[in-house]
Design a protein. Structure first.
Length: 254
C-alpha cells in the first residue's frame, strides 16, 4: 500500500484557507507580488539588535516592521498596555500564565491608527515581532474596501494569514503553542505552563507556510532551522500533501 500524504487540517479549514489566500491575492498583488516578498526569520540579519530597552526598543522593532511592510511608521500611534496581573491559583497549578488579554490591539478612527502592545510580552523579541506584524496587517487589510462575507467571524484568522503572505509566518507559527513544566519554590507551585499567541492553530500555520513555500519555490531550509519542532512537523506534512496534490493550489497559480 502506498503512503498517502494528508494535510494536518480538516477539509473545511483547508477550503477556507485557500479561499482566504485567493482573497489576499486579489487585493494584495497576487502571486507575482508574493514572490517578491522575502520570508523573514528570527535571526540578526533580519532583525538587528536595537541596543535599547522598554518602549524605545518596541518602537525600534515597530519601525523596522513598517519599513519591511512598506508602511509609514509615523502614521501610527504605538502605546503600551497596562501590565496584566498574573494570579496565583493555588499550591498546585495545572496551567499558569494563560493569556486573558490580547498581546496587541489595533484600532482606527478616520486617519488615526493606534496599536497597543503588552509590555511584558514585548520582552520576547520573537513574540513582539509576531504581535506587531499581526496588528500592522490589520491596518493593511482595513484599507481593502471589499471584504469576504465571513469577515466578521474570520477577520483575525485572515490577519494571521496576511502575516504569512508578507513573510512573517514563522513568528506567529512558533508562538501558536508553547508547553513547558514549571516549579516555583517560593510558593510551592508546580505543574505545566502553556502559552499561545495568534489565532490560527499550529496545524493551520503549518498549512499556510506550506502554501507559501510551494507557491514561491523558496528554500525551505530556514523554515526547518528556525521553526519549533511541532510547527516544522506540520509544515512538512502539509508541504508533502500539496506537492502530491498540485490541483489544490491551481487557482492561486492562475
Amino acid at each position: 500500500m502506498f503512503w498517502k500524504a494528508k494535510p494536518t487540517i480538516s477539509f473545511h479549514d483547508e477550503e477556507w484557507q485557500i479561499s482566504a489566500w485567493e482573497w489576499l491575492f486579489d487585493n494584495l498583488g497576487g502571486l507575482e507580488r508574493l514572490k517578491r516578498l522575502p520570508s523573514h526569520y528570527p535571526r540578526q540579519v533580519d532583525f538587528p539588535r536595537s541596543g535599547l530597552s522598554g518602549h524605545a526598543h518596541v518602537a525600534f522593532v515597530f519601525s523596522q516592521l513598517c519599513g519591511l511592510l512598506g508602511l509609514d511608521s509615523g502614521a501610527f500611534e504605538l502605546l503600551p498596555q497596562q501590565a496584566a496581573i498574573n494570579p496565583h491559583l493555588g499550591p498546585l497549578a495545572v496551567v499558569q500564565n494563560a493569556p486573558h488579554e490580547p498581546l496587541g490591539t489595533y484600532s482606527s478612527h478616520e486617519n488615526a491608527h493606534v496599536i497597543t502592545y503588552d509590555p511584558v510580552a514585548a520582552k520576547d523579541l520573537e513574540r513582539l515581532i509576531a504581535t506587531l506584524a499581526h496588528e500592522l496587517c490589520h491596518a493593511i487589510l482595513f484599507s481593502i474596501p471589499e471584504r469576504p462575507a465571513d469577515w466578521a467571524e474570520n477577520e483575525e484568522f485572515a490577519t494571521d494569514l496576511a502575516t504569512v503572505f508578507f513573510g512573517f509566518g514563522i513568528f506567529g507559527g512558533n508562538g501558536s503553542f508553547e508547553f513547558s513544566q514549571f516549579r516555583d519554590d517560593a510558593t510551592g507551585s508546580q505543574g505545566w505552563s502553556t502559552r499561545r499567541a495568534g489565532y490560527l492553530t499550529q496545524n493551520e500555520w503549518g498549512f499556510a507556510l506550506a502554501v507559501r513555500a510551494i507557491l514561491t519555490g523558496e528554500d525551505v531550509a530556514p523554515i526547518k532551522k528556525y521553526s519549533s519542532d511541532g510547527l516544522y512537523l506540520n509544515f512538512r506534512k502539509n508541504y508533502a500533501y500539496l506537492e502530491r496534490n498540485p490541483d489544490k493550489l491551481a487557482g492561486l497559480r492562475a
